[in-house]
Design a protein around this ligand. Structure first.
Ligand code: ARG
Length: 565
């Protein structure tokens, strides 16, 4: 890896100059001055009680004595007040590019693979999926792909909300309206749930009745179970259809209901182990710590009426997953507002012997807002369902670019996906963002269509040329050529940050930078008509590695490539 190579070299220079140090080399903050930089002289100055300039100066002098330094740098210098600036030699850039190209997964594979369990999607049965459900599904899927690309093992579960209050409400409505089990359809459910949910908000007594149905179902009522099975199947199929459109997949389609078979046994077990505290008839797990700065209330494991809650099912699910798989780390993708819930669950798991607190990570995300700054709604109004979002994006895209209306339907769907996903992923996932369909469906700017357009543009050159025996031989011929080569090397930095922080936005950043450099390279060099065949060969190689990297990184962002645009 490039920065590690450079660090190794610099460490020797630091040592020869009399300073013990594991230095850090980073990409330059001032690309007009140098390519990479090292700022360790500032830290060392404190330890060695001297000035950063003295150290940087001595390190440069030592570098100068090293015989192989010319292979790496064309220039290395210290600048006030103690920075070490490094300009890479073109041959070193080429060597790194060839390394990336010839290594499996660009050399991003870990040599210490772990098993991650990812819990994402989390849609609720019988409630129509809306825009708010999009993020968990696509962010989770993308993080799964990042982990796999890095060589880790993943297991994924959609964890359906299939046993909650909404089920009791829908069953109540079906019975009230005399809708028999074989008359249940998606249309029926789509109408019934909003109606019942609104009525329950107004009518406390009705809400209680529906809650009792849910509780009876959870306790094994056979009549309700018959309704429930059909509701799950119909609603589940629709959820599967939408996830298929988004190319989001799961190893397991389990739900909250699956946890119920463990709950009575676990309750007895934890009670016997004195892990549960009795509190006003309920059984709770106190999770607060002295070091807490905000109050973390106990997790309620069992209510006084014997009912189990969201927290208990999450704990039982961890128990089940631990029984079935060897898992190093758990990741949960839900919106920010569930932060406290997961903190309680994770701490409880540690108390109950289901792992250490740090084996669990909540990967939260913010809200998708509309241009009015309020939670996103489609033109269709207050029910921002995913289907209408997809349609609205498609219409806007077609209106913005002539000729697209005649595209293949698959290509249009790929573009719709690219628009939605690139818009979503480019933000730090923890922040709310404004989903501006107009802006995100444009071919210019930081958008999915821009990236795909760039890819296709480059790929078109490759299609018309002979690509046998492409090799990178020569030094960069022009500035835009060198800039593109250099920008590709940042893959390590961005990919590893995305991996560490479970944040696809870094990959968007990388792809976007590369596309910008690729476009200026394309626009400033006559690639097809270049007469010097060695230079042309190099450029074709450069384009081929650029498209290869783009394609793979887009795949990680669940974005496919259309045939034309
Ligand atoms: N169904 C839940 C909701 O809509 C999300 C489930 C998240 N996963 C979990 N293991 N709790 O809020």
């Amino acid at each position: 890896m490039i920065t590690q190579d450079l660090q190794k070299l610099l460490n020797i220079a630091f040592k020869n100059a009399g300073y013990e140090c594991e230095c850090t080399v980073i990409e330059s903050n001032r690309p007009e001055l140098c390519d990479y930089q090292c700022d360790d002289a500032f830290k060392l100055a404190k330890t060695y009680r001297t000035s950063p300039m003295n150290i940087a100066n001595a390190v440069i002098a030592e570098l100068d004595k090293m015989t192989d330094v010319g292979e790496y740098f064309t220039r290395f210098e210290f600048v006030t007040p103690g920075f070490i600036n490094l300009t890479l030699s073109d041959s070193f850039i080429n060597k790194c590019l060839v390394d990336i190209d010839s290594s499996e997964n660009f050399g991003l594979k870990t040599d210490a693979p772990k098993t991650y369990f990812l819990d994402y999607g989390g849609p609720n049965i019988a409630k129509p999926l809306h825009v708010g459900h999009l993020r968990s599904a696509i962010v989770g899927e993308s993080v799964k792909r990042i982990l796999t690309f890095a060589g880790h093992k993943t297991i994924s579960d959609v964890h359906l909300g299939d046993y909650g209050l909404q089920i009791g409400q829908v069953i109540y409505g079906l019975k009230e309206k005399n809708i028999s089990i074989d008359e249940i359809s998606l249309e029926v459910l789509e109408k019934l749930y909003p109606e019942m949910s609104a009525r329950c908000k107004e009518d406390e007594e009705l809400k209680e009745k529906c809650a009792t149905i849910t509780k009876d179902l959870q306790e094994g009522n056979e009549e309700y179970a018959k309704y429930w099975k059909v509701i799950c199947e119909i609603s589940g199929n629709d959820i599967k259809r939408l996830y298929k459109y988004l190319d989001v997949s799961f190893d397991m389609w389990e739900g909250e209901s699956g946890a119920y078979k463990y709950l009575p046994t676990l309750f007895e077990k934890y009670k016997a182990e004195n892990k549960l505290l009795q509190s006003q008839g309920a059984y709770v797990i106190p999770v607060a710590k002295e070091t807490d700065t905000t109050e973390i209330p106990p997790l309620i494991f069992r209510k006084s009426n014997g009912a189990y809650l969201y927290g208990s099912t999450d704990i039982a699910t961890v128990y089940e997953r631990r029984e079935n798989f060897d898992i190093d780390h758990f990741l949960y993708f839900t919106d920010l507002r569930q932060g406290l819930h997961f903190e309680q669950v994770f701490r409880s798991c540690e108390i109950l012997g289901l792992g250490k607190r740090e084996d669990f990570t909540h990967c939260p995300f913010g809200t998708v807002n509309g241009t009015d700054g309020k939670p996103f709604k489609t033109r269709a109004g207050d029910n921002p369902k995913l289907d209408s979002l997809f349609n609205q994006v498609k219409e806007t895209l077609i209106a913005n670019k002539e000729g697209l209306e005649d595209s293949k339907p698959e290509d249009l769907d790929i573009l719709v996906n690219a628009i939605i996903k690139f818009a979503d992923f480019q933000n730090n996932r923890e922040r709310d963002y404004i989903f501006d369909i107009e802006k995100f469906s444009k071919i210019s700017g930081k958008t999915g269509p821009y990236i795909l357009y760039t890819y296709l543009r480059l790929n078109k050159i490759l299609e018309s040329e002979n690509l046998d025996n492409l090799k990178l031989n020569n030094l960069a011929k022009t500035k835009t050529d060198r800039d593109l080569r250099l920008s590709l090397l940042s893959i390590y930095k961005y990919f590893n940050k995305a991996l560490e922080e479970k944040m696809p936005s870094y990959i968007c950043e990388y792809i976007y930078n590369v596309c910008n450099f690729a476009n200026s390279f394309y626009e400033n060099n006559r690639i097809r008509s270049e007469e010097n065949l060695e230079v042309k060969n190099d450029w074709l190689y450069l384009i081929s590695i650029t498209t290869k990297i783009l394609k793979n990184m887009l795949k990680v962002l669940i974005i496919d490539i259309p045939s034309v645009m």
